[in-house]
Design a protein around this ligand. Structure first.
Ligand code: GDP
Length: 442
């Protein structure tokens, strides 16, 4: 069995028997392990530092809920922070522009640029039914243009005819013209690479960018680049403001560190990952899978899911107990709304609760449906803490401020407050009713 980060963290925290908030000392000990694991996963040092600081902020003082071990709790915090830093959503290539949409591919030589160009062209033509034209702007490596042509023939995607002696900018312009005239949806520009970052390369990138104004500029980077990943990503991003990253050779990398480094340094999303030499070997990027890889264990997903389930359950229990005492404030209300969103919205929760028909009518009368839950949450988050805990302080000027802050009308704020009042009254009544009290964890 590997000595994984998760194992190590659990090891540290399972020694702690007490419950309550995580102390500075517990967290520091854990962070040493996190740091070590990230460096082993080849995450760049500066990124490791920023990451551990974020985890520290989140973890110190975090309450360890019952039924979740402190070790699990920290693993979850680390996991969540990883996912957040890797970029929460898988974001694909953006084609929202007038055709032909230009996609410029940049990166070092050998990073997998040409292969990725063909992979993406195939993906766009097969999945999105786009008509794609590929052009190689690499006039330095003698066989580069030929390589792309061969790949194009293999996958049935057109390539720009090669004209000897033409420079990169002219080829790029010719490609755009040909794409326009030929009714193509997408034109992919595969630029030349170098073995390392140098000035002539950067100038060439800038010139091509200026001449073609590409909609996407994708940095192709090798996942095995290790510590150097940050320098590559930073240089390309500074000089030509990339719009996204394609990370290749994930198949040869068990560690996933480069993904975190590149994302953290550029702030740009990882759009696709290359998972092999075959032209089909390209996939959408899933932050949580890379996070699992960095944390180093297969069943981390279920562990984290279990922990968050228990955390949710405990929150719900706490809210239920507060409700019974009639202490249901707007923070609890917001929590309820968030939970509802998770389990399928207002209609979902209503359909699951027996004997709640009366409330359903009130909810309907208050004009709440799934589409306004988000707005309700926005209103609550525009309030101060005091206002959330003591909604009674909400006077006209506060309402006006909150409405402006959340982009709604004052009457929407009133509606929310009324809804909360009705709910908390009803909760109080339910709390006094012995049978119903059972339902709320009493
Ligand atoms: P370029 O110089 O950046 O255009 O790189 P190429 O596209 O020519 O790729 C260099 C080598 O890397 C080729 O042998 C590719 O087959 C290989 N390659 C590219 N992407 C991947 C990948 O995701 N996984 C693996 N294992 N090999 C890849």
């Amino acid at each position: 069995m590997f000595d994984t980060l998760s194992d190590r963290l659990s090891g540290i925290f399972d020694k702690i028997t007490g419950r309550g908030a995580l102390s500075e000392k517990d967290v520091s000990e854990a962070l040493r392990e996190v740091r070590r694991a990230l460096l082993e996963a080849d995450v760049a040092l500066e990124v490791v530092r920023a990451f551990t600081e974020k985890v520290r902020e989140r973890a110190v003082g975090a309450e360890v809920v019952r039924s979740v071990k402190p070790g699990q709790m920290v693993v979850k915090i680390v996991h969540d922070q990883l996912v957040e830093m890797l970029g929460e959503e898988a974001s694909e290539i953006n084609l929202h522009a007038a055709p032909p949409v230009a996609i410029m591919m940049v990166g070092l030589q050998g990073s997998g640029k040409t292969t990725s160009t063909a992979k993406i062209a195939k993906r766009l033509s097969e999945r999105e039914k786009k008509k794609v034209l590929m052009a190689s702007l690499d006039t330095r490596r003698p066989a580069a243009q030929e390589q792309l042509k061969v790949l194009g023939e293999q996958i049935g995607v057109a390539t720009l005819p090669i004209i000897e002696g033409q420079g990169p900018v002219d080829i790029a312009k010719r490609a755009q013209n040909a794409a326009r005239l030929g009714g193509y949806d997408v034109v992919m520009l595969d630029t030349a690479g170098r073995t390392h970052i140098d000035e002539p390369l950067m100038i060439e990138m800038e010139e091509v960018k200026r001449a073609t104004n590409p909609h996407e500029i994708l940095l192709v980077a090798d996942a095995l680049t290790g510590q150097d990943a940050v320098n590559v990503a930073r240089s390309f991003n500074e000089r030509c403001a990339v719009t996204g990253i394609v990370l290749t050779r994930i198949d040869g990398d068990g560690r996933g560190g480069a993904a975190l480094s590149m994302r953290a340094v550029t702030g740009k999303p990882i759009k696709l990952i290359g998972t092999g030499e075959k032209i089909d070997a390209v996939e959408a990027f899933h932050p949580s899978r890379i996070a699992d890889r960095i944390l180093g264990m297969g069943d981390i997903v279920s562990l984290v899911e279990k922990a968050s389930e228990q955390i949710d359950q405990e929150k719900a229990l706490k809210t239920a107990q507060k409700m019974k005492k009639g202490e249901f404030d707007l923070e609890d209300f917001a929590e309820q709304l968030r939970q509802m969103e998770k389990i399928g919205g207002m209609s979902g929760i209503m359909s699951m609760m027996p004997g709640i028909g009366k409330m359903k009518k009130q909810v309907a009368a208050a004009g709440i449906d799934d589409s306004v839950v988000k707005r309700q949450l926005a209103i609550i988050s525009s309030m101060t803490r005091q206002e959330r805990q003591k909604p009674a302080v909400m006077n006209a000027s506060r309402k006006k401020r909150v409405a402006a802050g959340s982009g709604v009308e004052v009457q929407d704020v009133n509606k929310l407050l009324k809804m909360h009042r009705q709910m908390s009254d009803m909760m109080k009544k339910l709390g006094r009713n012995k049978k119903m009290a059972g339902l709320f964890g009493g």
